[in-house]
Write a protein of this length. Structure first.
Length: 174
């Protein structure tokens, strides 16, 4: 794992977590059980505090950071897609941040909200629970239905399973 202290800021890592050796977890970061932190991901708690709820996936090349002295709290089973940039205050349980999306400072996402790929959620935007947002800037285009929940429940479980299997199966061969 690539986990670093930053001065007196020390990460806390839960059980059955996978953190890629090419990822960086720095400083005041609390990672719940069964999380996945993918290759090239960066979670920077160098001058703020970041909490990831159990079963959360921070996929490859995503960046999670927060303003100085800020707090960013992600709920259970949150998905942060590949290449996303996240500087928000709160992400509710089961929410999804699509690939390449940007969440600016002071953003809040409700539970089961879905931010589409490439979407930009501007500073201080609050997305209600169970809403789908798209575009630049983000705009609500619909509600999260049972088909979304079914798909994302399965996808989220696959990352919990991946976190467990990576801990056992990945071996460096160079």
């Amino acid at each position: 794992m690539a986990v670093y202290t930053y001065g007196d800021r020390v990460p806390s890592i839960g059980r059955r977590v996978y953190i890629s050796d090419s990822a960086r977890v720095i400083g005041d970061v609390v990672i719940g059980d069964d999380c996945y932190v993918g290759h090239g991901a960066v979670i920077r708690g160098d001058y703020g505090t970041i909490h990831l709820g159990s079963g959360t996936a921070v996929e490859e090349n995503a960046v999670v950071h927060v303003r100085p002295k800020g707090l960013s709290v992600m709920g259970r089973r949150v998905t942060i897609g590949h290449g996303a940039v996240v500087h928000c205050n709160r992400i509710g349980d089961f929410a999804v941040v699509g690939m390449g999306a940007v969440l600016s400072f002071d953003v809040e996402l409700g539970e089961w909200s879905v931010v589409a790929e490439g979407c930009v959620v501007p500073n201080k935007t609050i997305i209600p629970s169970r809403k789908v947002v798209v575009g630049v800037p983000a705009r609500v285009v619909g509600d999260v239905g049972s088909e979304h929940k079914s798909f994302w429940t399965s996808a989220k479980q696959s990352y919990v399973d991946l976190a467990h299997s990576y801990r056992e199966k990945i071996k460096r061969i160079d």
